[in-house]
Design a protein around this ligand. Sequence first.
Ligand code: 5AD
Ligand code: SF4
Length: 557
Amino acid sequence: MASKRVYLETFGCQMNELDSELVAGRLASLGYAFTSKASEADVVLYNTCSVREQAEQKVWSRLGELREQKADKPGMVVGVLGCMAERDGKGLMDRMPVVDVMCGPGELDKLPALLDNAVRTRESLVADDPNAAVKSVKAVALQGSTSRRSATLAAAEDSLEYLDLSRSVSPIDPVGSLRKSAYVRITRGCNKFCTYCVVPFTRGAEIHRPPAHIVDECQRLADQGVIEITLLGQTVNHYRFEHEAATIAGGVTQPQKGRAFKGGHKRDPLTGERVTTFADLLYEIHEKAPGIQRLRFVTSYPRDFGDDVLEVIRDCPRICRYLHVPAQTGSDRMLKMMNRGYTAQEYDEFVARAREHLHQPEIGRPLMISGDIIVGFPTETDEDFAQTVSLLERSRYKSCFIFKYSPRPGTVAYDKIPDDVPEAVKRVRNNELLAVQNRISDEVSREQVGCVYDILIEGPSQKAIKAAGLSGKQAKKASGGVQLTIGGRSADETDDLSVTAVLERTDSETVQFSGRTDGDQIVMFDADVAEAKALPGQIRRVRITEGSGLTLFGELV
Ligand code: 5AD
Ligand code: SF4
């Protein structure tokens, strides 16, 4: 087994990136090696996303390409992990017999066993059958659309928790000590059932990890040199752990089902009382893992966001002044049809309250907010759309993801509301919103000129990478100072990483670097070649000299 090489590619969101990392860690500790080339792999894994059809299409075309490769190498094992596996179920295998393994996002703890089984089965299949290449060995672990995982959670052990826990104890981290930035999961799944969204079906019911596990994970990451942590959850601000209701199985405190949000409870940090709220959790991580110089969280739900959380952010210097709070639309009628549970006015009130607590440019700590918008939700009129434009104008995000509505089978909107906004209209609205947001981002960037910010340095900028004549995969590697693609990074490749490759190919005396502010704005600055090597992962002070689009430019001070 030790010689099997895995190619793992990740599609979609940060939650998937984390899942891939945890899976890679587990597989590495079991003796699998990793490769960055699918063509060299014995095991090809795609960790997939189902949020929009486009994301699924990419995976279909990748799987199509693998068919030929497998014909030459019938022992190769192909696995589809994540939301697409969960959503399409075995139908995916029927359509693509190249796929041997399917594993839903709620079952990833079972992946090592599935893979082991599939690798062995393929080996014996290939030995006996000349047509082996076209036969799937069908190793499958899915939650199944009818049993949301939580149905069994109350009584049973939540074995998925061990996947997150395994990170802390895994002796081998395939990403290595270079890592300065990491994700930590606090909740899984979602109970909101927005009518367009597939997540509650693919990732199952919301569960909250025990705070001790989360804090411990943050401390261990800090001990390994991580200085920036992003806490992940579909609706992070709903985090709440009731200690009296905690269950223990196999000596391990189990994650807890999300309950109806109860706001307004007293903060009682560090003493292990009845309830750990999201505010408590943030405070506890801040206090107990001081090595973490930047603590962020995504994604926040615009409802149920208490002042207690805002106060903790305000009072804790290492918690970032950055919120990602999707509004989705500015039309109350659309919000209702989307089942979002708030009005545009309530959204505005939240943004105003957040700014009131957290926007302090005078001490160098402005609040930066980003959002998500869906255009072309069924029945969206010009008037609805105008209200979204207006919300964008009012919110003044530093940046915003804008998506065209994509009907997802299994969701309420797909079943009940015809997708009646023509593609051409969606495109026009999408472009118009992009233009509005670009102007706002540009204005927000310009407002930062003259300010002095601490930035976490990532690595050479894209421009520097291009100027050095690096391209494609090399460039990806070179920019990998902080952000990581697991898609097979092996230890011997790390030397080639980041700065070295660029410096070797540059004759000028400075190299352009990029970093990010605590509000998650990108900053470009020139660094002397002499000190360039030591920069990635450092936090340095920069004066902003220019702002344009999404990018700030500055100089080290
Ligand atoms: N169509 C388009 N965008 C979607 N999103 C979620 N579901 C859909 C869909 N069916 C967007 C939302 C969400 C982000 C992660 O993806 O804006 O916040
Ligand atoms: Fe989907 Fe809504 Fe849950 Fe976000 S909050 S994951 S959009 S159901």
